[in-house]
Design a protein around this ligand. Structure first.
Ligand SMILES: C[S@@+](CC[C@H](N)C(=O)[O-])C[C@H]1O[C@@H](n2cnc3c(N)ncnc32)[C@H](O)[C@@H]1O
Ligand SMILES: [Zn+2]
Length: 372
């Protein structure tokens, strides 16, 4: 065992040196999972939980217990935290870590996440599986009290983005062609799946924050009870499109075959969430918390993400500037010049080669040509 510090928590983790193979280390090789590359995910989650301010929390896949512990120490949870993991070695470690951090209001359970989530009711459930969250979404949604919030990590990007279209169909019921804005498409497919699972339980969802980072998606959705709220959320599900000819990208509730710009054939992908990905109010409140959270590992990159999500919110899919440039057979303009030319454009956190704008596609193309 070795002790590390993350945020305000001290955590015992299996010593990576002991479980390395030929000088390499993968957190999955260790008897209890701890991934330092997920610190950013946990930092953002702590800030989100501090805004939600839940009175009861379920850390459904707790591993070392790092999330639940940080939610108490930094997220201001003022009620019980339930730590669950099916791995007995994780359970022993969670007990030690709870003691080390002097957590008092808690329960530890060793159960299958789905079975426990069907039995409990909490204000906030955190779902942090290996790979796809799809097998756990229904139970996770059912574990929430009225107006409860669900936090989800998904690392199965090849399925969600449509690289592996059969896996996407199996897990998320979405199919079609991989689009050039696949990073955004994957997040929207995941949200649509959550909205459908919630609707079965007569709950609607409201995305509070949802984003892509490195090799995963992370999102928080608030649930609102009632069949009408469920129907309203389902209205936000449609299809994602991209013209094979001119590159015009759009989202629509209706089935489209031809590009409304040039009449060319479109690639379609979905069903996917076509509504907003974030709540501006929630993001602003997270920013306020960030200013008072010196323990956050990399506050500048968290702030950059929050600012980017604020400027991107409500805009259509992003365009890959390199893809458009090659379609137009022009040189790729610098992103900042394109943004200046459009007078209404923003970079996107999804892709450093991407741009979003509320201006028309024609204006974007004109700027691309003028700047070439
Ligand atoms: C990615 S790790 C969780 C990491 C942790 N939340 C963190 O932030 O460091 C996934 C954990 O889920 C547990 N797990 C996997 N399937 C499970 C299931 N069906 N029920 C309960 N726990 C499960 C694994 O034992 C593992 O500890
Ligand atoms: Zn077109």
């Amino acid at each position: 065992m070795t002790e590390i510090t993350e945020g305000k928590a001290k955590i015992l983790i299996p010593d990576p040196v002991e479980f390395s193979r030929e000088g390499k280390f993968d957190p999955a090789w260790s008897p209890v999972f701890y991934n330092p590359r997920m610190v950013f995910n946990r930092d953002v989650s702590v800030l989100a939980v501090s805004v939600i301010s839940p009175s009861s929390v379920l850390d459904a896949m707790a591993a070392t217990g790092i999330r639940g512990i940080r939610f108490v120490l930094e997220g201001g949870v003022n009620g019980e935290v339930i730590f669950n993991d099916k791995n007995p070695v994780a359970i022993e470690l969670i007990s030690k870590n709870i003691e080390l951090n002097r957590i008092t209001n808690y329960k530890i359970m060793r159960a299958d996440a789905n079975s426990i989530m069907h039995q409990l009711k909490v204000d906030y459930t955190d779902l942090d599986p290996f790979g796809s969250p799809a097998p756990f979404l229904f139970a996770a949604l059912s574990s929430l009290r009225r107006k409860g919030v669900l936090g989800v990590t998904a690392t199965d990007l090849s399925a969600l983005e449509g690289k592996s279209i059969t896996a996407c169909n199996r897990k998320y019921g979405a199919s079609g062609k991989r689009l050039n804005y696949s990073k955004e498409a994957g997040l929207r497919v995941l949200l649509a799946k959550i909205a459908r699972e919630a609707a079965v339980q007569e709950k609607g969802i409201l995305p509070l924050i949802s984003f892509y980072k490195d090799y995963y998606y992370r999102l928080f959705v608030k649930t609102v009870d009632g069949a009408k709220r469920a129907d309203k959320a389902l209205e936000q599900i449609g299809m994602l499109y991209e013209c094979q000819n001119c590159g015009f990208s759009f989202m629509d509730k209706e089935c489209q075959v031809k590009c409304p710009m040039c009449g060319g054939e479109v690639n379609a992908y979905g069903p996917a969430w076509i509504g907003k990905l974030n709540s501006i109010d929630f993001l602003n409140r997270m920013k306020e918390r960030l200013d008072k959270a010196p323990q956050i590992n990399n506050p500048n990159s968290v702030k950059r993400l929050l600012d980017s999500l604020i400027s991107e919110n409500g805009m259509g899919p992003y365009y890959r500037i390199d893809v458009l440039a090659s379609k137009l057979k022009v040189n790729m303009p610098p992103t900042h010049r394109l943004i200046d030319c459009l007078e209404d454009g923003t970079r996107t956190h999804f892709d450093e080669r991407g741009i979003k704008t509320s201006k028309s596609f024609d204006q974007l193309i004109e700027c691309m040509k003028n700047l070439a």
